[in-house]
Design a protein around this ligand. Structure first.
Ligand code: NAP
Length: 254
């Protein structure tokens, strides 16, 4: 048996929401294993800091600004990728938003549209664009970052949870459609991770205590603990893995 290969040399990887948190950890990890990472978020300055970190570890990355809820910006992003790199091997649909904590009965159309545009419409059209480019290169790997909220909606996070459930269905649907083009599509379902996104939970001792009581490992995760499974999913080690959901939650769903 050949040695299992996690090497990503000569691969081009696009990571959305790469300026901090889980996306940053994924980008650093994929670059550590040889991928050239295209780092995407709305603010370029924060992305440049991640490029510096990656370069200091001997990795390669460049930055492109894009609001993933805006289809024109997605088209512009892929035009730039084609011009600069001419190919794409890996897409990590990681950027998301959660603008509303509250009962669904109080959610207005603006909240619905913002959450669905960034969390679902954007990833869908990113995959459409990415798949066309990956097909010309003979295949690729896509990871969509969902959440454990996608299978077990969190209280007061209903609208967000619905988008994360839809991401799982979208992953399965694209996995079937793109298998013939040698493009694998999987979903990642993190539990509670210490990032800007979860700050309201982690910084509030009372809420954090309640959240941690539901996690058998009795703590929240750091972003780097989420990145390893993504490395697996985009590497040759996962060559028979598509349409699947990977839970990294300290046992919360068990
Ligand atoms: P984070 O630390 O807040 O980072 C979010 C990233 O997304 C930033 O780089 C942000 O940069 C970017 N972003 C936000 N809106 C964007 C937009 N419209 N267009 C492009 N980029 C955008 O969040 P995180 O916790 O790492 O979350 C990453 C993913 O993990 C999300 O899909 C989230 O739903 C999921 N998740 C997180 C947790 C958790 O506990 N943290 C748990 C389960 C799932 P800019 O602001 O510069 O655009």
């Amino acid at each position: 048996m050949e040695k299992i290969n996690f090497n990503l040399d000569n691969k081009i990887a696009l990571i959305t929401g790469a300026s901090r948190g889980i996306g940053e950890a994924i980008a650093i990890t994929l670059a550590d294993y040889g991928a050239h990472c295209i780092l995407v978020s709305r603010k370029v300055d924060a992305l440049e800091d991640v490029v510096t970190k990656i370069a200091s570890r001997g990795g390669k990355a460049d930055v492109m600004a894009c609001h993933v809820g805006d289809l024109k910006q997605i088209e512009g992003l892929f035009a730039k990728i084609k011009e600069r790199h001419g190919m794409l091997d890996i897409l990590i649909n990681n950027a998301a938003t959660n603008p509303y904590f509250g009962e669904m009965l109080g959610a207005d159309e603006g909240i619905w549209n913002k959450t669905f545009d960034v969390n679902l419409k954007g990833p869908f059209f990113m995959i459409q664009q990415a798949a066309r480019l990956m097909e010309t290169g003979g295949g690729g790997a896509i990871v969509n970052v969902s959440s454990i909220n996608g299978v077990k909606p969190a209280l007061l996070q209903g609208v967000y949870s619905i988008t994360k459930a839809a991401i799982i269905s979208m992953t399965q649907a694209f996995a079937k459609e793109l298998a013939g083009k040698k493009i694998r599509v999987n979903a990642l379902l993190p539990g509670l991770v210490a990032t800007n996104f979860s700050k309201a939970i982690i910084d509030n001792e009372a809420i954090h205590d309640i959240a941690v009581k539901m996690i058998p490992l009795n703590r929240h995760a750091q972003p780097r603990e989420i990145a390893g499974v993504v490395l697996y999913l985009v590497s040759d080690a996962a060559s028979f893995t598509t349409g699947a959901s990977f839970v990294v939650d300290g046992g919360a769903l068990a």
